[in-house]
Design a protein around this ligand. Structure first.
Ligand code: HMG
Ligand code: MG
Length: 308
């Protein structure tokens, strides 16, 4: 058995990746309460908002208000997405701790998501990265469609490595290898991480898995075997991508924490509080909670209180 990391960083992306796809506008107060609950649960990093065009993603239009009102836990990192300088200026004004530039390993997805080619996106990110460095803000690069694209289909491993190299050259502190539409399987995860770890330090790479085909936990385990120790997850399994039709949410945070707890891998996060946060947001937006562990733990708690 491969030696697994003894501790991992779980980045909670529910408030951004999870909510961005909701059709009905989620009230700002609900977004804030969700983030506050997640902060209390102990997440070291929460992706809280996007500073993107509200014409493209209307759900994220209240990012400045959200960032201004959340009760930040000392030491925790609050990240926001920034596709261009306009977004970066918003992020800076909102005192974001980390900005996320988001590109793709697929030309077709790059066009659909950010309306430009991969090369153009890198040109657009360059001043953002430079400004973030100058302002002392951390930079994360997200590589969408690293395991497949809804428009192009197959994505060669070399295309993923190419974007990772370009993000590394821009000075990214962390790079996310994202399975936007959840098509990856464990064998491919080994192949992709084996390749990208040759281009960027393993300890600063993360796995961002959507769970469309139910493979996310297996993929996380494969990435753990590759020594990856940063994973993204979304409470209650919220989400989907507005530019990847049919893709479901990120892997549910409760399920990832249950796995890590079972493996004895330290996260520093209180699973019970995450389960409560998952119940809160599912009820608040009238959406089914798709976390298996979350639902099981809620049912166990209800049974216990019914019997006492
Ligand atoms: P564009 O239409 O080519 O650019 O969009 P534009 O410069 O012509 O701007 C269009 C309008 O948006 C203009 O307004 C701009 O001012 C405004 P108008 O003049 O028409 O009134 N605008 C902005 N407003 C607020 N903040 C900004 C901003 N920029 C322009 N930052 C653009 C190009 C990149 C802006 C657009 O395509 C965009 O915002 N895309 C974002 C798409 C997005 O957020 N997708 C979801 C996140 S990525 C994701 O989920 C994947 C990830 O989870 C990893 C994975 O799973 O793969 C990260
Ligand atoms: Mg995503």
């Amino acid at each position: 058995m491969a030696t697994l990391p003894t501790a991992v960083k779980i980045v909670e992306v529910g408030p951004r990746d999870g909510l961005q796809n909701e059709k009905e506008f989620v009230p700002t107060a609900v977004k804030i309460e969700l983030i506050d609950r997640l902060s209390k649960a102990g997440f070291p990093n929460i992706e809280a908002a996007s500073f993107v065009s509200p014409k493209w993603v209307p759900q994220m239009a209240d990012g400045a208000e959200v960032m201004a009102s959340v009760a930040r836990r000392e030491g925790a990192i609050y990240s926001v997405l920034t596709p261009n300088m306009r977004g970066f200026e918003g992020a800076l004004a909102a005192h974001a701790d980390e900005i996320v530039i988001f590109g793709a390993a697929s030309e077709a997805f790059s066009q659909k998501n950010i309306n430009c080619s991969i090369a153009e996106s890198i040109d657009r990110f360059a001043p953002v990265a430079e400004a973030a460095k100058a302002a002392g803000v951390c930079i994360r690069g997200s590589v969408s469609c690293s395991f497949g694209c809804p428009y192009q289909g197959e994505v060669p491993v070399a295309s993923v490595v190419d974007v990772v190299q370009r993000f590394a050259a821009l000075g990214c502190d962390e790079i996310d290898i994202a399975d936007t539409i959840g098509v990856g399987t464990a064998k491919r995860v080994h192949e992709v991480f084996d390749a990208v770890t040759k281009a960027f330090p393993r300890e600063r790479l993360s796995g961002h898995f959507h769970d469309t085909y139910g493979q996310a936990l297996a993929n996380i385990y494969a990435a753990l075997e590759e020594g990856i120790a940063i994973f993204h997850a979304s409470v209650a399994g919220l989400g989907g991508c507005p530019y990847a039709k049919g893709a479901t949410g990120n892997v549910a945070t409760e399920d990832v924490l249950y796995l890590m707890n079972g493996l004895g891998i330290h996260t520093g996060i209180d699973l019970d509080q995450v389960v409560e946060a998952g119940d809160f947001i599912s009820k608040a937006i009238g959406r089914a909670n798709v976390s298996r562990a979350g639902k099981a733990l809620l049912a166990k708690k209800q049974n216990a209180s019914a019997c006492s």
